[in-house]
Design a protein around this ligand. Sequence first.
Ligand SMILES: *Cc1c(COP(=O)(O)O)cnc(C)c1O
Length: 404
Amino acid sequence: MEQPISVTRSNFNDWMVPVFAPANFIPVRGEGSRIWDQENKEYIDFAGGIAVNALGHAHPVAVNALTEQAKKLWHVGNGYTNEPVLRLAKQLTENTFADKVFFCNSGAEANEAALKLARKVGLDSGVAGKSGIVAFKNAFHGRTLFTVSAGGQPKYSQDFAPLPNGINHVAFNDLDAAKAVINEQTCAVIVEPIQGEGGVIPADIEFLKGLRALCDEFGALLIFDEVQTGVGRTGSLYAYMNTGVIPDVLTTAKALGGGFPVGAMLTTDKYAPHFSVGTHGTTYGGNPLASAVAGAVFEFINTPEVLEGVKHRHQYFLDALNTLNAEHQIFEEIRGQGLLIGCVLKAEYAGKAKDITTWAGEEGLLALIAGPDVVRFTPSLIIPEQDIDEGIARLKRALAKLAK
Ligand SMILES: *Cc1c(COP(=O)(O)O)cnc(C)c1O
């Protein structure tokens, strides 16, 4: 076989548009919750590709689904449907509140579809000006112009003005603030059950219940962005299942494909017909390859053993992190659900989350941040306990550098 082109990390700076600043090593291979770089250095993976690699790396269930489908049919375009996408739609609708699914390729696209659907439902309602969207400060919904505008972090949107208008941001977990802006002109409220990128901040159940009541009162769609919290991440199939609140629209991506790009917008028979033929679309959405992988990943995760295992690992992680913290006094708070865990730095270490993940890399651990003050872990949902132990040991060595 011909030698592949030789590449190094510095080539990133040579050839890549500089929107990212990746670590100074290049992962080349993974198995379970371990990864190896070009120098064959091993890393424990507590990042999981940002809450994506739900089954870790190279899991046989995902590999088999991908390779079997790859031999049959990759892509047909939306002039034809296909078997894997229909099977996946059946799985998603049978196991959630939803009756109908729109498939796409990412979280941003799923939210884009959700917001466009809400605008269309608002238009079709006949109520003049029913196009207002209520969103929350500090939220993250993706990087398209509409979703970055719905997101509540101006640093991601302000450089791209003029932005789509009609979006109102109020404080997260502040029901009175939401009440003050939700009215007859509101077509949607979009909220994350746990703000992920914003710092792993869970929504209060009373807050979500209040939003549900306000949406019912004013005929607005309640959209749950479960791109990060979905597909077993919290120990339930979807986080809304922990809340007793049922949304009208749910968006899911990240872990859905276990690493293969796929996203979906779920909704009910009440709203789906507003997206009539030609009103929205995508070339790749519902592609047979992505759907086959997602179907296999979904089937594997949606079992009591795997979901219970996430809850068990949550406790295991928390015990280990609390022990570490009792010794080193670095974290003010450790929060989150299931395997979406945020460690908030004490005030004296504010702004050091990125440094900690860099030092973690040096010690052989992949970890994430969620803002400048929160170290975030979103590992595989089936990470072995011995890998958790080893990762925590490496984290401990990384944190020792903070003291210096
Ligand atoms: C990651 C994320 C998105 C965006 O998903 P992409 O696949 O990057 O477009 C949207 N919402 C939430 C809550 C996310 O965590």
